[in-house]
Every structure is written in structure tokens, then in C-alpha cells.
Design a protein around this ligand. Structure first.
Ligand code: ATP
Ligand code: MG
Length: 362
């Protein structure tokens, strides 16, 4: 195809050159006749050729100048658009009429360039939106415990408080401070995980023992609510980052304790499957509506904001869990019925000792 194009191009150039040469050949002949002077045939040929080539160059230059402004306009438009993007204005619109004519729209490099600039602007505006949302969420999560700490500290100043009231206010201040400190801790964890800065230490260890330890730590919480804890843990050796996995068990079990009313039941299972290990937490708690379920792994998402106020969560736990499960090449599923209960299932593939590549199922 390309060879044919080159062939036709060369043929056109030669044809035009021949026409110009012929034209000057006759003009010079005519001039010699009118001027009644004789011209050497070789000089006649050379002068006609030079003039023909000269005319060809002038016309070629004119044609390329006719196209040039359009091309320049186009680059100017793209440069302007990039400058706007650099300043943070992502609402750019490149004028399609400035596009220089091309052979076909898809392969036209100018259109591809404009498309890429549009795509970049769209992606950057999305990142900016997420960033703004994140800042507003963080501010809100900081502001609400601070307001409450300030309010109760002020209340403590007033006279005539009973010891009971005083203790109650102090407890609230303590728990709100804990919430603030947990927020900063979780934000740090999330940032480190999202930037892939956490050095993941894969090592073989007994996951069932680790989960038992987590349950022991949380005992005061499930005891207080008189929950019926059913625990079935197979002896499973996991190759994973112990510290990170601890957060997965901790948050999932803590959630089910938080969102299950008194005397409810929580079932925790750990078992082997053909392709790896499965960890399951089921509760008879408040459940999660379908419209909330799809957002649960988003940062700061809380299904029931008013209830969460008393539970003291920031809505970061599940996004951290998801990140950790992802770095272990696993998956997490939710099954829930509002008012009936929730089940979280974490499936982890078998990982090789040396790295994080799944040895099975890849
Ligand atoms: N077992 C569960 N039953 C009912 N709702 C749940 C359950 N687990 C999570 N949720 C809902 O998902 C939301 C997000 O959970 P996540 O663990 O991310 O945040 P949190 O527990 O509120 O706060 P944090 O974990 O940061 O302390 C919770 O606020 C709650 O609305
Ligand atoms: Mg949580």
C-alpha cells in the first residue's frame, strides 16, 4: 500500500515537473523567436529545467504555507489546553475543526493527541474530586470528636456535678480521644498501603492461633454484650504478613461484635479449601442494605451514620481490610440480610514462601 502511494506521488511530481519544463521550453523558444536570437539547444534545455524546478519549488512552498497555519493553530490549542490543566482547570474542550486533514480519523495523530489530552484531563479531574472528598471526610472525622471533647470539657467545669456525671463525661472524652488517635493511625496505615510502601513480610505461621489471640483481646467486648461466640478454627498454616492479617481478623470480628445486638450469635470459621484458606465471620446483627453493600470498601463509608457515632468507628476499617486482602491476592465477599445478619468471607490463595505470587490458581 505504502509502495503504491510512493509510486503515485513520484509519478505526480515527475508529471508536474515535465509540464513546467515543457511550458518554459515553449516560452523560451517563443522569446528567442520574438527577439530573433538563436539559442544553443543544450542551453535551451538547461534554462527550461532550472525555471521548471524553480516554479515547482515556489508552488510547493505556497501549498505547504496554506496548511501550516492550521497545524500551528492546532498545536497552540493543545499547548493552551495543557497550560489550563497545569493550572488545575480540567474543563477543557479542544476544537475539532482545528484538526488538520488526515487520511482517516482513527489514524490521524492529531486526533489521537487531542483524545489523549481529553482523557488525561478527565482522569486528573477524577483524582482531584477524590482528593477533595477525602479532605472533607478527614476534616469531618476530626471535627466531630473535637466538638464533643470541647463540649464535655466545658461541662466538667460547671459546679454541682455528681461524681457519676463527672466520670461519665471523662469516659466520653477518653473514648473520643481514642477515636481521634485511631483515625490518625488508620489514615497512616491506609496511605502506606495505598502507596505500596509497606514492606510485606511473607512468612509461614499458624493463622488459627493468631485469630484465637484476637478473640482473646476482644473478649471484654463480646462478653459485655453476652454474645454467643461459636468458633471453629482448623489448624491452618498461612503464608502471609502476620501484622497485616491481624488487622483483617481484628476489624472483621470487631465489626460483627459492634453491629450485633446483645445476646446475638457470632460464628467464626477458618478452614482450608482446594485453592487456599477461607476465613468467615457470620453474625446475627443489624445486617447491611444492598445499596450500602457496594460502597462498604470505600474510605469513610458508614452504612448507618447515627449508629456509628456511638460505635466510634471512622469507616476506614474495611478499606484497610480490602487493601490487605488485595496485596495477598485474595478476595472478600459480603452476604447480608438487613435485620438478619451479615457474613464476610475472606478467601486467600496459597502463596509461595519467597514472594507474593499465587502458586495455585494463576
Ligand atoms: N458485621 C456488620 N454488620 C453490619 N454492618 C456492618 C458490619 N461490618 C461493617 N458494617 C458496616 O460497614 C461500615 C464500614 O465498616 P468499617 O469497618 O469500614 O468502619 P467502622 O467499623 O465503622 O469504623 P472503623 O473500622 O474505621 O473503626 C460500618 O460503619 C457499618 O455500617
Ligand atoms: Mg470497622
Amino acid at each position: 500500500m505504502r509502495v503504491i502511494k510512493i509510486f503515485f506521488f513520484m509519478a505526480a511530481v515527475l508529471t508536474v515537473l515535465s509540464i513546467f519544463w515543457t511550458f518554459f521550453y515553449f516560452v523560451i523558444g517563443l522569446v528567442a523567436e520574438i527577439g530573433s536570437f538563436s539559442l544553443n539547444p543544450l542551453a535551451h534545455h538547461i534554462i527550461s529545467s532550472i525555471l521548471g524546478i524553480f516554479l515547482f519549488a515556489v508552488i510547493g512552498d505556497l501549498i505547504s504555507h496554506l496548511h501550516k497555519p492550521k497545524r500551528l493553530n492546532y498545536f497552540q490549542a493543545i499547548i493552551q489546553a495543557l497550560r489550563q490543566i497545569a493550572k488545575g482547570n480540567f474543563e477543557i474542550e479542544l476544537d475539532a475543526s482545528l484538526t488538520p486533514p488526515g487520511l482517516n480519523v482513527k489514524s490521524n495523530p492529531f486526533i489521537q493527541l487531542a483524545d489523549s489530552v481529553h482523557y488525561m484531563a478527565k482522569e486528573l479531574s477524577q483524582i482531584e474530586r477524590v482528593r477533595q472528598e477525602f479532605i472533607s471526610n478527614v476534616s469531618h472525622e476530626i471535627q466531630s470528636p473535637l466538638t464533643s471533647i470541647k463540649g464535655f470539657a466545658k461541662a466538667l467545669e460547671s459546679d454541682g456535678l455528681s461524681d457519676e456525671e463527672r466520670r461519665h463525661y471523662i469516659r466520653i472524652i477518653e473514648s473520643e480521644s481514642d477515636r481521634l488517635s485511631k483515625l490518625s493511625d488508620n489514615l497512616l496505615k491506609l496511605t502506606v498501603l495505598e502507596n505500596n510502601r509497606h514492606p510485606i513480610r511473607f512468612e509461614a505461621y499458624r493463622a488459627d492461633r493468631q485469630i484465637r489471640q484476637v478473640l482473646l483481646t476482644l473478649e471484654p467486648q463480646w462478653n459485655r454484650k453476652k454474645l454467643d461466640m461459636r468458633i471453629k478454627l482448623e489448624a491452618v498454616t498461612l503464608i502471609a504478613d502476620q501484622e497485616l492479617m491481624n488487622q483483617v481478623w481484628m476489624n472483621l470480628i470487631q465489626n460483627s461484635i459492634k453491629f450485633t445486638p446483645e445476646q446475638g450469635r457470632i460464628t467464626i470459621r477458618l478452614f482450608r479449601q482446594k485453592n487456599g484458606t477461607v476465613f468467615q465471620v457470620s453474625d446475627t446483627g443489624i445486617g447491611i442494605r444492598e445499596e450500602d453493600r457496594i460502597h462498604l470498601f470505600e474510605r469513610f463509608y458508614k452504612a448507618d451514620k447515627s449508629r456509628n457515632r456511638t460505635n466510634g468507628g471512622n469507616g476506614l476499617g474495611l478499606s484497610i481490610v480490602k487493601k490487605i486482602v488485595d496485596v495477598h491476592h485474595g478476595s472478600i465477599r459480603i452476604a447480608s440480610e438487613p435485620g438478619q445478619g451479615t457474613q464476610f468471607t475472606v478467601s486467600l490463595p496459597v502463596l509461595s514462601e519467597s514472594g507474593n505470587e499465587p502458586a495455585i490458581g494463576k
